[in-house]
Design a protein around this ligand. Sequence first.
Ligand SMILES: [Zn+2]
Length: 121
Amino acid sequence: MKTVTETLAHPRLKREMRLQNAMITMYCKQHHVYQGKVCRECDRLQQMTARKLAFCESGTEKPTCATCTAVCYTLVVSKQVKTIYRWGRARVWLRHPILMSLYLIDSIKPSQMPKPKLLNL
Ligand SMILES: [Zn+2]
């Protein structure tokens, strides 16, 4: 089994991880106590998002997390990630325009994800 670092060596996943980390870092600098590195809570969030990205069941063919239909975060973490994304999506254009442009191109690629299975209730 590959490690997180080995899996995230794939260029597309690496780009997405860099963008996620950039947004979390920008958010932490504005909202938390940033002392040369992100706070403990944001560090934990960066590690968790990297793990989720690396071990997504769709592997390197996964859609970007924003367009993915799989549910991999708990409700609390999902809310945290969405808050950071909403706050950072416009701001990240100013700091990382190339990375954000590549992310948008990745977002419009057709998804390789299978449709979510309906629950038999
Ligand atoms: Zn923080």
